[in-house]
Design a binder for this molecule. Structure first.
Ligand SMILES: NC(=O)c1ccc[n+]([C@@H]2O[C@H](COP(=O)([O-])OP(=O)(O)OC[C@H]3O[C@@H](n4cnc5c(N)ncnc54)[C@H](O)[C@@H]3O)[C@@H](O)[C@H]2O)c1
Length: 436
């Protein structure tokens, strides 16, 4: 039997050991799914604290329960920082971060470091799958030559695919199993092995002709969102000036049964994907002498939203005879989107910094983030304030930044002297509500 058929066979029988590298928001749910289906799974991370927590049956992500980690442990899952154990795995799935550096250029260091770490431990009959979002060409230009330093030939004794993660955090209607998975292999044999890798755990695997097409698919999905959110954010500012409620307009337009998809404006873009991924393409397109104007324009509009919201807060306070300087501002929601605990790139953080820089006194309430743990670029010595009639009444302005379902909106409306609503949560006009 050829190497690829042997590997497909062991994957089909669920005897293959699956290695997941990077046990974060993407890697951890994927690990759970493989364990659930009955594959032996070994998790790798450079963060020893995470590895220790997982081995102790604990979770560090709000929507992943400790029970689910323990169930995976009972089925043989364990985590390690020892990358030499990559040799034990038949599949190595990379789920590490792909951020931007301070020049807003792709930072592939996590992907490349992980790749370098596994190269000395590769053996014939393994598949490597990259799931991290990245620019088209990463898999063939960056991963392939590095992996081939092992002496193995890709497509013959080692298999390489790109298969981007798709997730809608906080959306209970989809799970790892039910979200179709796009996959492109470096060679046809790689694609076949890739299909066997995911076919048992994901209902639908959509195969493409190349790794580049798969990389571009993920970027198209995220660029599509970034551009459309930029569009409604721009229209929100126009509607505000014209005294039209943008949310009423979007609700009405969404009744059109074809040709319109609703996108919702907010205080700016957040999360690890939408504000970042489009610029992976911008960077790569420059190599081809091309500029990505839609991406840049949407980025500009979206990046200016926090500043616009701050100006609306200042105006609303001014109308009540108050200055931003010295005002007590209670920010509701610091996660980047509702019903999750993820603060990465959250516009709330920028709002808090801008308001603080103008002399406002900041507090926050977020049922998903009880304490502000230091981040790479943000730090506040704050704990979430409970929402009571007293805490609401004590604020000069309550700034609704992230509309978690767990907030009591009636209570807020009853007791806050001023609410600046960046999400269109309050549909009925009221004396104490300003849309922003
Ligand atoms: N979070 C999402 O909703 C989402 C959705 C789709 C795609 N993605 C993409 O998936 C990738 C991972 O994102 P995430 O949200 O899971 O990130 P994350 O920060 O939650 O997790 C990454 C994990 O990788 C670990 N890590 C860092 N360097 C490592 C290394 N060299 N070797 C092994 N582990 C290492 C980190 O300690 C962390 O635990 C990114 O490319 C992201 O754009 C994320």
């Amino acid at each position: 039997m050829t190497t690829n058929n042997q590997l497909i066979d062991v994957l089909d029988r669920k005897d293959a050991r699956i290695g997941i590298l990077g046990l974060g928001y993407v890697g951890l749910p994927l690990m759970l799914r493989y364990a659930e289906v009955g594959y032996p799974v070994l998790g790798f991370d450079i963060d020893l604290a995470k590895v220790d927590q997982l081995n102790a049956g604990q979770s560090y992500i709000e929507h992943i329960s400790a029970d689910s980690i323990q169930a995976a442990r009972a089925k043989g899952f364990s985590a390690t920082t020892d990358f030499s154990r990559a040799r034990e795995c038949d599949a190595l799935i990379l789920c590490v971060p792909t951020p931007l550096n301070k020049y807003r250029e792709p930072d592939l260091s996590y992907v490349l470091d992980t790749t370098e770490a596994i190269v000395p431990h590769l053996r014939p009959g393994q598949i490597v799958s990259l799931e991290s979002t990245t620019w088209p060409g990463t898999t063939d230009e960056e991963l392939k030559p590095r992996l081939e330093r092992s002496g193995l030939t890709i497509g013959q004794d080692l298999f390489l695919v790109f298969s981007p993660e798709r997730e809608d955090p906080g959306n209970p209607n989809y799970s790892t199993r039910t979200i179709p998975k796009v996959l492109g292999g470096l060679t046809p044999a790689c694609t076949r092995v890739g299909q066997a890798l995911y076919g048992q755990v994901i209902d639908q695997v959509v195969t493409l002709s190349s790794t580049r097409a798969a990389e571009m698919t993920k970027l198209l999905e995220n660029i599509h969102r970034a551009v459309n959110i930029g569009l409604v954010n721009e229209l929100k500012i126009v509607c505000d000036r014209m005294d039209i409620d943008i949310h009423e307009v979007i609700r009405a337009a969404a009744t059109k049964p074809f040709g319109f998809t609703p996108y919702y404006p907010g205080p700016g873009l957040g999360g690890h994907c939408i504000p970042i991924d489009p610029f992976y393409l911008t960077w790569k397109a420059r190599e081809y002498g091309l500029s990505t104007r839609f991406i840049e324009l949407a980025g500009e509009v979206n990046a200016n939203m926090p500043q616009w919201v701050v100006s609306k807060v200042a105006d609303a306070l001014n109308d009540r005879g108050k200055a931003l300087k010295g005002a007590k501002i209670l920010v509701l929601g610091i996660a980047y989107k509702k019903n999750v605990d993820d603060r990465r790139e959250s516009p709330s953080l920028e709002l808090m910094e801008l308001l603080q820089a103008k002399g406002a006194e900041i507090s926050y309430s977020d049922p998903h983030v009880p304490r502000f743990l230091k981040m790479r670029r943000h730090d506040f010595d704050l704990e979430s304030v409970p929402l009571t009639p007293e805490t609401l009444a004590a604020a000069d302005c309550v700034l609704l930044a992230t509309d978690h379902d767990r907030f009591d909106y009636e209570l807020i409306k009853r007791h806050a002297p001023l609410i600046v609503d960046t999400r269109g949560r309050y549909q009925e006009p009221a004396e104490n509500i300003v849309q922003a």
